[in-house]
Each structure stands twice: as structure tokens, then as C-alpha cells.
Design a protein around this ligand. Sequence first.
Ligand SMILES: C[S@@+](CC[C@H](N)C(=O)[O-])C[C@H]1O[C@@H](n2cnc3c(N)ncnc32)[C@H](O)[C@@H]1O
Length: 280
Amino acid sequence: MPASGGHDHRGSPTGCAVKLPQIANQGSIFKNPAPRLYDDLAHLWPLISPRADYVAEAQFICELLKGALDEPEGTLPAVLELGAGAGHTLVHLADGYDTTALDLSPRMIELCRGTSPRTQVHVADMRSARLGRGFSVVLAHDAVEYMLTVEDIEAACATAAAHLEPGGVFYVGPTYLTETFQDHDSAGDAAADGHVEVRYVSYVRRTAADRYELIMVLAIRECGAIRFVEDRHLCGLFDAETWRAALHGAGFAIEQEWNAGAGSRTTDRIPHSAFVARRT
Ligand SMILES: C[S@@+](CC[C@H](N)C(=O)[O-])C[C@H]1O[C@@H](n2cnc3c(N)ncnc32)[C@H](O)[C@@H]1O
């Protein structure tokens, strides 16, 4: 990944107090260069996207699920999140649900262990994972944009179906649908802890009918050194009808479809659109 200026050192300078978790080098399992934010920059994730930012979204998901679940009194519904990252959503569900996280990135799963110790964790690809156990609920939201093709979203829906008994519930909340995509949308912020300070801007741009790119430029001050990093995330973009077809094809009946409305901007990370589907 090219730096956008200045220096871009991977890893921490020698003698620095900030240590990246030691992960065996398995090579990149992402199709394209792994987004650095989920790899060597994963230690910045809790600063850039802190768990407190996920409270409203977790409440939104719970509200949608409330009417859909019919668990016996006293049992905690088992929930699996596909692409759970650092567990910033699951940690807010851990009191009411028996939580399991699945993510492609070993570093994000390592963060999840720290964020949500009660959550069971698995490093796996949401397109092919088979954990050998069932759940009452499967969630997929801010990770499904990394599905680049219709076959990818069909495979993710098949993974959800494979982990649900008939009657189980699948919540899907893609950050964008084709209908709600806001080309050239941008964001930026700054955060710091005792060791690291990060300032960033992020920008999305449509690169094809079914693709967009999230470009992040980060200024990181760490251990007395400043570096500038450009991190590009390749994402897929699909319309509501494509999602409906993938859900039906995997054996789901859509029970609720939530839309914030065309052109609206949502706050508190609540997605523009979400589906609640039941395994038939
Ligand atoms: C925006 S982050 C999710 C953040 C998460 N909501 C949290 O609470 O921290 C997107 C995640 O999707 C994961 N991901 C991308 N492609 C994946 C795949 N094919 N299977 C599983 N996880 C994937 C990335 O590793 C990353 O952790």
C-alpha cells in the first residue's frame, strides 16, 4: 500500500512501548491487499471506531430482533456475528445474548478477546465458515461491504443459513445499498491514548457499478515518530433486490425491511437499510 506522503513504517519503531499482537504470518487471506486497519494498524481501531460509538446500533438491532425471537424464558439466545471485528457491537449484546464472533482478521479477533471476554471467537471467512454448531441469530452489518461479488453475498447468506435452525433469524445491515450510496461522502476525526495519536480523513468513491473504494489517510504519532499512511478498502455495492434474491436463494423469508429513506443521513452508525429474515 503506497504512503500518501512522508514516511510509512510498518510495525512499531524499535524500543517503542506499543507492541502489535504477535500473530503467526499466515499470508493475506483477503482477496486484495488486506485493509491495513484490520492488519498492522488494527491497534488503532479502538481509537478510530470506539466501542461507545456502537451503543445506538446495538440497541437498534435489539429492537428489530425483539419481535422476531421467541426464546424460552430464562435462556440466552445464541448470536453469531459475521465480520465481528473487535466485538464493538457484540460487547453491548453480551448481557442478553450468548455471543460468538467470527472474523477474517486474527488481529481484530485478538482485540475482540480483550473487548468482550465472554464472547467466543473464531478466525474464519464468512463466505465459507462452518462452525459446527447452531445459533438463534446471525448478524452481519459493517463487514458485508467487503463482499465484492454477488457470489460473495450469496456465500455469506449460505453461511448464515448453515448456522441457523429453521425459524432462526438473520439480521443484515449493509452500510450502503446502491440506492443509498453517497458518492464522495467523507468523514474525519482525531483521537489519542497514552501512546498513540491518530488523525484521519476517510472518503468513499464509486469505482464501478458494483464497487466503491473507501480511502483513509491517517497521520499517526506513535513513540515519538510521525507517519502518514494511506489505506484503501475495496468494497462491493449491491441493490436491495440483489440482497433479497440472495436471502431467498439461501432459504430465508424476509420478515422486516427497514429503510432510513433515500438521501437521508443516518447517525450513530445505524445503517440506511436493514433486513430481518427468517430461515425457512
Ligand atoms: C468495519 S470492520 C467491523 C467492525 C466491527 N463491527 C467491530 O465491532 O469492531 C469490518 C470487519 O470485516 C472483516 N471482514 C472482511 N472480510 C471478511 C470476510 N470475508 N469474512 C470475515 N470477516 C471479514 C474485517 O476483518 C473487519 O474486522
